[in-house]
Design a protein around this ligand. Sequence first.
Ligand code: HPA
Length: 231
Amino acid sequence: MKAFIGGTSLTSSTLFKHWDEKKVETPHGDVYLKATGQYVFLQRHGKKLLPPHMINHHANIWALRSLNIREVIAVNSVGSMKVSIKPGTVCIPDDFIAPWSIPTFYNYEMKFLVPELDLSLRDRLHTLCVELGIEVTLGGTYVQTTGPRLETKAEINFLRKFGDIVGMTMASEATLCMEYNLPYVSVCSVDNYCNGVMKEPLTVAQIQENARINSETLELLIQTTMTGGPL
Ligand code: HPA
């Protein structure tokens, strides 16, 4: 079984409408997923569309493990700190920074993890994007902020020295997957230039509009992985 995890960029997607609803009880709370054949779709924000800092990542990833998921393809919304990574494109990062928020399943056991995103899955997804004519940046460092507010200009000025894109979800989710040896890759929907990167002021309306446009690209990507792409 393979899993897709979606966030704000797939909230109004109709792609999963006819998939079966599934409830998974976990020690961290109930999780509702959509399932069809060998695939499940998890909306990480849950039915109530919780804001990023309230997402129940532990329940989400526990549920995926209990379903024997072998591969996770996540879609995460980001802002870009680099002029070359343009809104309306996607970026498949190869690393992340989130030292101020590191969730774990191992609170009572000495378990140390060497984190790594799944590079083979990353390359396969990149090939698929290129084949589909999707403008994609391969590689880059994702910086996770806690949200729910966007970053200040000063924060972005600081973070851009170390990373390329900023979001509020991927590092936590990836870390928990890695603890369960679940190969994880993220396709980031670049929805805006981060605060202060461009002269024009950043607006939430602009982020939402780009996310809407990008959702069509992401749906195409998901659909193709299910219908005979290289995944
Ligand atoms: N910052 C953090 N998360 C985001 C952004 C951003 O600019 N855009 C989309 N998700």
